[in-house]
Write a protein that binds this ligand. Structure first.
Ligand SMILES: Cc1cc2nc3c(=O)[nH]c(=O)nc-3n(C[C@H](O)[C@H](O)[C@H](O)COP(=O)(O)OP(=O)(O)OC[C@H]3O[C@@H](n4cnc5c(N)ncnc54)[C@H](O)[C@@H]3O)c2cc1C
Length: 435
């Protein structure tokens, strides 16, 4: 911010203490603002900590064009933010917190110890040292906008409702998945009441229901299917095809391969009522080889032992085969081979948002300017998963949350500068209390 020696630094509220809000607070305090960070939960960064449980995938090391393409239809909006704070900058930032990173065999980037807790601990310590004041158990529940552009924010706290003034606000309230960690999507109604377009929150990186027989559900829930290639052709005729692994659940499928295809599967189910995935259970064998192995005489051996000895096909893969193909297909090597190489599995529903890794939907980019400020509410900025973008797992989620948090923090600083250097009073954007 410009030097305004006669006036105290602007007081900025950051609401939401996930990676996006913490990064906004960091940019703001580094730029000279006084930052109050509010969070509804008793502590901040809960989803970040959970993300660290399975190995914190901070970002990805693939070439920039490929990296950007992971944000699909929103890559144009996110590219400037990611150009300003991309994977290399993110790794350097982590190093600044004493957290070294490494590139895994898949190109994904992790902290050396795979954990989130040391990074979060060091980050919070640095933020507190920089003067950021944390107010936990403060649920933002409404606001009154003054004619001077400042905002009076209403918080539900253990001591009752409290009001605080802020010269500018960063909302970093997260999406709607895993609501017990704090991001419950209840903010959508508050913004919609203020006339802000919000795309409905939907599950992303989620599992799907198939509706297994009791046999498969009871005997094979939790079993991994790997390696496998999953493919589908969407309504636009585009083929999606990936190799990886997934897990059978009591009602369907989940896991990295399914998450990677989840956006198209979810949208296909929404528009057509179901989506059919074709699974190649033996990606290392071509169809001719599978058929010729199946056609070999099996003597007195059962079909199960024949499948196991000739093709190493057993357990959950064979159970899946029995579940999804008619018994008549097992009689002929050609039809059984075709089923093994392209097993149709009909998905009927995405699992609910609260079980998903992340959310699609949120504040529409059209409502934001290039600084991530809401055009209709000058002085109010948005960042993180609450914006309307989605991406697969692979470090892309945290990358965009951190980049957008930083952009929003810098955006506030630039906006405040404009306000102070302008002789005019700020735009009157008075809105009623919306709690
Ligand atoms: C199991 C799991 C594993 C994951 N693993 C990875 C991974 O390895 N790599 C990766 O890139 N991503 C991962 N993610 C996704 C990643 O954690 C999220 O995308 C990221 O945390 C979103 O950051 P955010 O700051 O936008 O929101 P959040 O982290 O959700 O933070 C939002 C904050 O806002 C607060 N809040 C909400 N409403 C209010 C309110 N009204 N008033 C006050 N405070 C409020 C919440 O309490 C919360 O602290 C994972 C997610 C899950 C669930």
């Amino acid at each position: 911010m410009k030097d305004r020696s006669s006036s105290p630094p602007a007081r900025v509220a950051v609401i939401g203490g996930g990676p996006a809000g913490l990064m906004a607070a960091e940019a703001l305090s580094a730029g000279g603002a006084t930052v109050d960070l509010y969070d509804a939960m008793p502590s901040v960064g809960r989803k970040l900590l959970i993300a660290g449980k399975g190995g914190l995938n901070l970002t990805h090391s693939e070439p920039a064009a490929m990296f950007r393409s992971r944000y699909g239809s929103r890559q144009d909006q996110l590219t400037p933010l990611l150009d300003a704070f991309g994977p290399a900058a993110l790794r350097e930032w982590a190093r600044g917190l004493g957290v070294e990173t490494f590139v895994g065999s898949s190109g994904r980037v992790f902290p050396t110890d795979m954990k989130a807790a040391p990074l979060l601990r060091a980050w919070l310590q640095r933020l507190r040292g920089a003067g950021v004041v944390f107010h936990v158990r403060h649920r933002w529940c409404g606001w009154t906008r003054s004619s001077t552009g400042s905002t009076r924010l209403d918080y539900a706290t253990p001591d009752g409702e409290q009001q605080r003034e802020a010269a500018a606000v960063v909302l970093a309230l997260g999406g709607g998945s895993w609501p017990k960690l704090g991001s419950d999507g209840r903010w959508c109604a508050l913004l919609e009441q203020a006339g802000i377009p919000v795309a409905p929150l939907r599950p992303a990186n989620c599992g799907f229901d198939v509706g297994w027989s009791p046999y498969l559900s009871e005997r094979f829930a939790g079993a991994a299917i790997k390696p496998v290639v999953a493919s589908l052709v969407d309504s636009a005729g585009v083929q999606h095809r990936r190799q990886g692994e997934f897990v059978l659940t009591a009602s369907g499928l989940e896991g990295s391969l399914i998450y990677a295809l989840s956006a198209v599967l979810r949208d296909e189910i929404a528009s057509r009522g179901s989506a059919t995935l074709h699974l190649d259970l033996l990606p290392g064998h071509d169809l001719a080889r599978v058929v010729s192995e199946l056609a070999r005489p099996r003597g007195a051996r059962s079909l199960s032992s024949h499948l196991q000895s000739r093709l190493q096909l057993k357990g959950a893969k064979v159970a899946l085969l029995h579940e999804c193909v008619a018994a008549s297909n097992f009689a002929h090597p050609e039809s059984l081979g075709a089923a093994i190489k392209s097993l149709p599995v009909r998905l009927i529903a995405a699992r609910p948002l609260d079980e998903a890794i992340s959310s699609a939907g949120g504040v529409c980019f059209e409502a934001l300017d290039e600084r991530l400020m809401l055009r209709q509410l000058p002085g109010v900025f948005c960042a993180g998963e609450m914006l309307d973008w989605e991406a697969p797992t692979g470090g892309y989620l945290l990358s965009a949350c951190l980049a957008s948090g930083r952009a929003a923090g810098l955006g506030v600083l630039a906006w405040l500068n404009d306000q102070y250097s302008s002789a005019d009073t700020p735009t009157d954007s008075s809105h009623g209390r919306q709690s």
